[in-house]
Design a protein around this ligand. Structure first.
Ligand code: ADP
Ligand code: MG
Length: 315
């Protein structure tokens, strides 16, 4: 079967079927692997790749921002477990035509966002590339043993919560791809696309909060990422689209360009906000918005719209 038909997640399922994680370890299927260290600490490991032409357009993105983003998307996977970042490793395939000023700027951005969390680059690999830039980052983090917030913990009746706004990064990408006018709103959206702030502090607070059951970071839009939680937890959900947190910048830019803010908020991706589920009466001590509820239907239903946003997902 061609990979196009199999799809990214079909391929990951196939890879997963060939391995069994050793007892006590969490392997393929969550934002990080979880590897108990036996001293009250669990090691968290994740890896993410950014490829020119797929994840970024080299002529459009400043190297500082690309460095920032390369670290930020990995830090976000540690945030998604409620973990503390420790260190990263970075592998690069670079065309010889690039300048060392470019790599200097790249590492300024990379180290600026990593440094906020005292997460240091400890190694990597560098090779030549015939054409495109390819960046692969592996991140290590840690959490208190057994306290990582997994995708599989959602319970029926849980409220579904998200941090921040949804759709801004997707709108920023649309501004870039469609050449829309770059006024101050559009610039702010582009910044959300290129320089996301990983929700590390929020993730750490959620990991120790009472009644929080599951978590994922929103890298592909809630339409996809909430489905990962539902599938891993074998649950369904109802989401009220009128509750989705939308920024003024997003709403104004959508009005100006005739774009659909709901489509961007649900399917836009790359917001790197956290989506978590918690007991309905759990006290959550970070800014967040409740967008729906976990059900036992096995379906994802959208309230407040006739549209399907990708439709059902049966487990
Ligand atoms: P995220 O969006 O959080 O980075 P992905 O959707 O990329 O997560 O991956 C989902 C899960 O599949 C993760 O647990 C990841 O480690 C695993 N995975 C993805 N690609 C591969 C691969 N090529 N080999 C093994 N595991 C993979
Ligand atoms: Mg993730």
């Amino acid at each position: 079967m061609k990979l196009k038909e199999l799809g990214e997640f079909g391929l990951i399922d196939r890879i997963k079927s060939g391995v069994t994680a050793p007892d006590g370890m969490t392997g393929i299927g969550d934002d990080c692997a979880v590897i108990p260290q036996g001293d009250g600490i669990d090691l968290l490991v994740s890896t993410d790749m950014l490829v020119e032409g797929i994840h970024f357009i080299l002529d459009d993105i400043k190297p500082y921002r690309l460095g920032w983003k390369s670290a930020a998307v990995n830090l976000s996977d540690i945030a998604a477990m409620g973990g503390l970042p420790v260190a990263t490793f970075l592998s690069f395939a670079l065309p010889e035509s690039l300048d060392s000023k470019w790599t200097d700027e790249f590492f300024k951005g990379y180290n600026d966002i990593s440094g906020r969390y005292h997460c240091t680059l400890l190694g990597g690999d560098t090779t030549a590339s015939s054409d495109k830039v390819c960046i692969s980052v592996t991140i290590l983090g840690k959490c208190v043993s057994g306290k990582a917030l997994l995708r599989s913990g959602a319970r029926e009746g849980d409220k579904i919560c998200v941090t921040g706004y949804l759709g801004d990064a997707g709108a920023g990408l649309k501004v870039i791809l469609e050449g829309a006018r770059r006024n101050s709103d559009a610039q702010a959206l582009i910044a959300m696309h290129y320089q996301p702030i990983p929700r590390i502090e929020e993730g750490l607070k959620l990991a120790v909060a009472e009644g929080v059951h599951s978590m994922i970071d929103i890298s592909d839009g809630i339409g996809s990422d909430l489905r990962h939680v539902l599938r891993a937890s074998r649950k369904g959900a109802v989401v009220n689209v009128n509750k989705l947190p939308l920024s003024d910048e997003l709403l104004r830019t959508c009005r100006r360009n005739g774009w659909d803010p709901l489509e961007l908020a649900i399917s836009g991706g790359e917001d790197y906000e956290l989506l978590f589920t918690a007991d309905p009466d759990a006290e959550i001590d970070i800014p967040h918005t409740v967008i729906g509820e976990i059900t036992d239907t096995g379906r994802l239903d959208w309230l407040g719209t006739d549209r399907d946003f990708g439709g059902y997902h049966h487990f």
